[in-house]
Write a protein that binds this ligand. Structure first.
Ligand SMILES: Cc1cc2nc3c(=O)[nH]c(=O)nc-3n(C[C@H](O)[C@H](O)[C@H](O)COP(=O)(O)O)c2cc1C
Length: 191
């Protein structure tokens, strides 16, 4: 299995509007692959403006926020490519698309690393951050996962939240739980 780095990807459309979405970048030798499922604004933007910025942030509210309609996060222009960088990034990568492998479900944009920048010291591993990321992935797939699997995973992830979360992780978890509560209600569950 290739290594995948979960990150915040920003892209631009032809009129210069930025779009933000959490995506996994797939490492393939010295290229990084962005593989958006159709339909996707990230996909449309990469066809219009073939650059992407991957911002690596410890503020997991950005991951949870993007999936719950909170997409306004402070940004600044990228240094070498057309795009924007998240202000909270510990480091970021600037990427240029150098090929597309078409697919009905999930086209693959292969990217060259054009520029990497380190902004501040990395703060170390935190289990609650990982739990928020896992929960954000679950929330992005609620429409296709078996409900029992979602509930079992949530039960496990809650342990890391209750034992190790700080304020930012708790807030991010709360946003995701609002989505889970709405999804349960839709299915007629009352807990
Ligand atoms: C950690 C994480 C990784 C994700 N990786 C991908 C990915 O590789 N491809 C994808 O299509 N969606 C991925 N998603 C879901 C997208 O962020 C979400 O569906 C998003 O809205 C993409 O669509 P957009 O470009 O139209 O915003 C991921 C979500 C999370 C939380």
């Amino acid at each position: 299995m290739p290594r995948i780095v979960e990150t915040i990807v920003t892209t631009m459309n032809a009129t210069g509007e930025a779009h933000i979405a959490p995506l996994g970048l797939i490492e393939e030798g010295d290229v990084w692959v962005i593989a958006p499922f159709r339909p996707s604004r990230t996909l449309d933007n990469l066809r219009q403006v073939p650059f992407a910025v991957a911002s690596h942030t410890e503020d997991v509210r950005v991951f949870a926020g993007c999936l719950t309609g909170r997409k306004t996060w402070p940004m600044r222009p990228a240094e070498k490519v057309t795009g924007v960088v998240l202000d909270s990034a510990v480091s970021h990568w600037e990427l240029a698309v150098d090929g597309v492998s078409e697919d009905e479900l999930r086209p693959r944009f292969s990217c060259q690393m054009v520029h990497t920048v380190s902004h501040r010291p990395w703060g170390g591993f935190n289990r609650a951050q990982a739990a928020v990321l896992e929960c954000a992935v679950l929330v992005s797939r609620l429409h296709m996962l078996p409900p029992e699997k979602v509930e079992a995973e949530l039960k496990y992830l809650e342990i890391a939240i209750s034992k190790t979360a700080g304020q930012r992780e708790e807030e991010a978890w709360g946003w995701l739980m609002e989505r889970i509560v709405a999804w349960r209600a839709q299915r007629g569950q009352t807990f």
